[in-house]
Design a protein around this ligand. Structure first.
Ligand code: AMP
Ligand code: ZN
Length: 481
């Protein structure tokens, strides 16, 4: 599609709290930065919701004719357990607990992350950047923020002085009263205000596994800094869209914005901020956010071990708007798997019926459907509306099989559900098969070799729950159901 032929698209902007028409900085092109995973553990399916969301956004923009340039970071250092500026570094803690090399740990979880996103039909970003590969850029940013007069040094590190930024609380609409503004109880000696946060932390006492020389002594960057430094490095001092989960609004994104205001001395940075809502699980009668530190932790492998195609989870997500909370349960994803398997079957029958006829996307019989889908996609990514149209056309006897297939294939460019190809590896996509089982057995064996017994047990228990029993013998592991 030619640059001039882009379709207008409306997106919800957290910054203005309104659905707005997207106005890219450069015509026909959209630069996107996404906060990526912290690779000290497996991404749970709540985390993966954030990446299904950004993938849907990218696909929708591409469908509208825009060229997307997507940058995503990998947080492999300095993400503190407290999320503000205190606590231990999650990577260091995980390495100490598992007794594994910290760099191996980060490589391992990064590779599993991309395996899972691939299984969910998520297109890889144009650039994936690791925090530890951009220490120089982060040090330069600290230097400039300091030179601009927005930082101060204390025993613990270099802190951003939020009192010098009158608009600090605007983004999250925080109340600065008391200590409620992106920071918990102030435990850092010398911090001037509870909202101030470390942009560079000093490595004190015992040598850390990850630390670097800086003009202020050995240390490591504050977590929020990596996203400001890397987005700036790859997309410049102004760009179109920044994404993340809603939990990032009050602390991480508020602090990223503060850093950029201090660095550029301007409050023009990102045009559109977009956030996905949470995936929640019912626990003790209450809906709780799925969290890496919590007990309610489900991974894509858990879903796979229930005999369910990963794309069924994508289908489940696309049935709810990204700004609404999604409730996850095994029953929900099983229903989604049944729905998707049925759709795959119907579309496969249509493909057979259409034969070599490619259909006509501009056929008058498709007009109302195309209008509805365009409305859905361009109205802040209403994927549920698009899915409803797909189901409707499947049943519509007035449309030819070939035109139906043409329409479904075009809509699937946004949905990413392989509607005209069917499940990866064939089959009905809803039953346990040998290839999936072998993959899980391999993962469990690897976990056992790594002495990661909790993962090994999770895989075995999850399989057990669906009636699949693993049998270990000196010759290896086999399964029966
Ligand atoms: P992390 O790996 O913890 O840095 O998180 C990666 C992404 O997942 C971030 O954009 C978070 O906002 C998002 N996220 C974390 N928990 C959930 C959840 N339960 N539901 C949806 N998104 C989440
Ligand atoms: Zn970030």
């Amino acid at each position: 599609m030619d640059v001039m032929m882009t379709r207008p698209i409306k997106l919800y902007n957290t910054r203005t709290r309104a659905v707005e028409l997207l106005k890219p900085l450069e015509e026909g092109k959209v630069g996107i930065y996404s906060c990526g995973p912290t690779v000290y553990n497996y991404a749970h399916i709540g985390n993966l919701r954030a990446y299904v969301f950004v993938d849907t956004l990218k696909r929708a923009l591409q469908w509208c004719g825009y060229q997307t340039n997507h940058i995503m970071n990998i947080t492999d250092v300095g993400h503190l357990t407290d999320d503000a500026s205190d606590g231990e570094d999650k990577m260091e803690l995980a390495a100490k607990k598992s007794g594994r090399d910290i760099w191996d740990l980060s490589r391992y979880y990064t590779s599993i992350f991309f395996e899972h996103t691939g299984d969910l039909g998520i297109q890889p970003p144009n650039t994936v950047c690791r925090a530890t590969d951009h220490i120089t850029q982060q040090i330069e940013m600290v230097q400039t923020i300091h030179d601009n007069g927005f930082a101060y040094q204390i025993d613990d590190g270099i802190y951003l002085d939020t009192s010098k930024l009158p608009k600090y609380a605007d983004f999250a609409k925080l109340s600065i009263d008391g200590q409620q503004a992106g920071a918990r109880v102030d435990v850092v000696q010398g911090k001037k205000s509870p909202t101030d946060f470390a942009i560079w932390k000093f490595a004190k006492g015992a040598k850390r596994l990850m630390e670097w020389e800086s003009p202020w002594g050995r240390g490591f960057p504050g977590w929020h800094l990596e996203c400001s430094a890397m987005s700036c490095n790859y997309l410049g001092e102004r760009f179109d869209i920044h994404t993340g989960g809603i939990d990032h609004i009050p602390v991480h994104h508020t602090n990223e914005i503060a850093q950029m205001m201090a660095y550029t001395k301007s409050d023009e940075w990102v045009n559109v901020w977009m956030h996905n809502n949470f995936l929640v699980l019912e626990q003790d009668g209450e809906d709780t956010k799925m969290a890496k530190s919590g007990a309610n932790f489900v991974t894509l492998d858990s879903i796979r071990s229930w005999g369910i195609q990963p794309l069924a989870y994508r289908y489940l997500l696309l049935n709810t708007h990204y700004r609404k909370e999604t409730r996850f349960s095994r029953a929900n994803v099983e229903d989604a798997a049944k729905g998707l398997a049925k759709l795959w079957k119907k579309v496969s029958q249509l493909c057979e019926e259409a034969g070599s006829d490619k259909g006509n996307l501009n056929s008058p019989t498709l007009e109302a459907y195309r209008k509805e889908v365009t409305g859905g996609i361009t109205d802040d990514l209403n994927t549920a509306r698009c899915l409803a149209e797909v189901w409707k056309i499947v049943q519509d006897e007035s449309v030819s099989a070939a035109d139906k297939v043409a329409f479904i294939a075009d809509t699937d460019r946004v949905l990413g559900l392989r509607l005209t190809q069917g499940p990866i590896g064939g089959g009905d996509g809803a039953s346990v098969d040998e290839a999936k089982m072998q993959k899980l057995i391999q993962k469990r064996n690897q976990a056992r070799t790594d002495k990661d017994f909790s993962t090994a047990d999770t895989i075995r228990d999850a399989l057990d729950a669906v009636g699949v029993r693993l049998k270990d013998s000196p010759e290896g592991t086999t399964w029966e159901s």
